[in-house]
Design a protein around this ligand. Sequence first.
Ligand SMILES: C[S@@+](CC[C@H](N)C(=O)[O-])C[C@H]1O[C@@H](n2cnc3c(N)ncnc32)[C@H](O)[C@@H]1O
Length: 406
Amino acid sequence: MRVAKLDGIKLRILEMIKKLGAADAYQSRIAKELNVSRQLLTPHIKWLLKRGYIKMYLVFGQKRIALADISESLPLIAQPEIKPLHYISGNSVASGFLNRRQEAELLTSLGTMGEIPLKFAYLAEGATNWDRVGSKGDISIIQRKLIISRITQFINVLPKDSRINVVDIGCGNGAPAIMIMEELKRKGFGFAYVPLDVSRAMLDLAGERVRSKIGGLKVNKIEFDFEHGNFSDRIYDLTGEGEINLLLFLGNTLGNQSDRNRVLTNFKESMSSKDFLIVANELTNVARTARIVAHYNNKDVSDLVYLTAARIGIGRADTVYDVSWNERLYQVEMCMVLKKNMEIKIGSGRVSLEKGERILLARSKKFTEWAFTKLLSKAGFRTVLFASNEDDSYVLSMLQPTRYTN
Ligand SMILES: C[S@@+](CC[C@H](N)C(=O)[O-])C[C@H]1O[C@@H](n2cnc3c(N)ncnc32)[C@H](O)[C@@H]1O
């Protein structure tokens, strides 16, 4: 373990977790044993969690903490009632809008990282909020212009006469994919549309919109959370008759992810060597940050990012909305700051939040051209074609998986 690099309090926390064991290591107990307040403890626990030193588990809906390196063997050494979080499975709807697994994810993320995952904001009626942002938002307009100006070059890379499955990952309302498919049609390619999204409502919206624009098209919807692993089993079979999968990951969705490398690895593991991936994301440099932050400080975006908070009982009036640029992480952060203490119930679990706590509702990571290319190459992709707009503020990159080399 990297324990030697940790400062005093973090080291003491780890030692206490080890001493108490997984069944008894919960935050208020650790605080009591170390004779410090919970308030003081929380940021250190979050820090340790974020960097993988510790893991969280649910025991009868209550959070317990274990050291990461013993967590794999936890089911063997812990008391019988302890269940690692990932044992909570199934798609049964447990709250109004989330299934059990999503509830567990929201509880852990909110309680330990102080974050509400943005992806839940697109579920059910949240699709309409995105449709508004996606139809007239600044970033969508910039993306549209870039796609229109460069799409012919991208389509020319595809092998002539091949049949294409357009796998639209995080499909939104389908609008950017429509532009790409219209070009495929002009060039005489046969193709099918395969939207993949965590939100059934987004899939339905994209399916309808695509069908209304491109008649007679086969649409094969995949409801899936791409953070949960690869989806090779869902798209490999589509290539049975020699088709090529063209994966799209558009609309700055890469920049919304907390673990971009994991998500890209999931994509890579879903692709064959003939498949292509097109990623679109905003770029930035230091001089441009004020303008970028302004894209996110408006009612349409705040309606979207606040929806999950509202669904679990945190009203806008209980908070202050704050959009800022995080210089260290090079990202826009949309946060809410609580005006009072709150006790939040999600399914069978509870989270206590304190006045003044800052909860992350969404991030939008921006890249320099160099950082963007490096991220993709580290995840195992080679760049086939790269295009940015005239002021280098948005990028469209076509990629293929690289083969293993040592
Ligand atoms: C920012 S929108 C982009 C929509 C579209 N690609 C565009 O360019 O306009 C993000 C989309 O990704 C979906 N999404 C976000 N996180 C996801 C996840 N973990 N798994 C699957 N879909 C996800 C959302 O439901 C939403 O439709």
